[in-house]
Design a protein around this ligand. Sequence first.
Ligand code: BEZ
Ligand code: FE
Length: 274
Amino acid sequence: MAGTQTADARLTEVVNDLLANLRGLIRKHQISHDEYRRAIAFMMETAAKGEIPLLFDVFLEATVDQVDAAGRGGTETSVEGPFYAPEAPLLRSPCVLPHRANEPGDILLLSGTVRSVEGDALSGAMLDMWQSDAEGAYSHFNIPADQAPWNLRARVIADQSGRFEVQTWVPSPYQVPKDGPTGALLRGTGRHAWRPAHLHLRITHESCETLTTQLFFSGDPWIDSDVVGAVKQSLIVTPAKHEDPKDLKNKGFAKPYYSVVYDFSLPRVMRKAA
Ligand code: BEZ
Ligand code: FE
């Protein structure tokens, strides 16, 4: 039969199911031709404004993450989101993330150990870190790269014992971009655009599965209503506040700082028998 020889079985099954569901939805909600054309115009505008990744990540990535991580073991995963930038500067732990001379907000020291799920230290594990600043802005997206290249982003190499110690700044909650079609859809369906403050991490080691996750902060006003739905209880940390003047002086900090200790655990790569 013409056209069937190159058909991909998985693609066919998924697309057939998607179409059956969309056709059922059109019948169930009696979608008019005018609404159908508006949906197409919405997708055209989303593509024209470069918001396809944002739209999908806001509404669907947390579900993909849940499905993908089922039965995984080790530290829980969370979504990558649309603000990752590959090839950030390579730094060795201990280190300070790239920042501006007047970086706003409070200093945060993040430390811990990267291990396999069996508890073996993962020497030289790499922690690719990115986050918003204390005003909710991401470098390369809403802080122009020429003003602050790689601000609060780096690939940090852990030491031989899998230990890492990184100085960064406490991020703040932020609203996902809401001036375009994604924002219009959020508003039109009665949703807010807030994400609770978080640190993004993508941790790799040759012997293990990559861990893409986020750390959140207890007490955050949006912790229970993340627009993306990506918060998991085991990823919520409570930073300790440090204000001892001697300690501050030793560290050269002009004001109190915060610290979080968090150990990560990665499942081993499943190697197929030869
Ligand atoms: C984020 O984590 O930054 C993010 C994730 C999904 C959608 C939008 C933003
Ligand atoms: Fe984020």
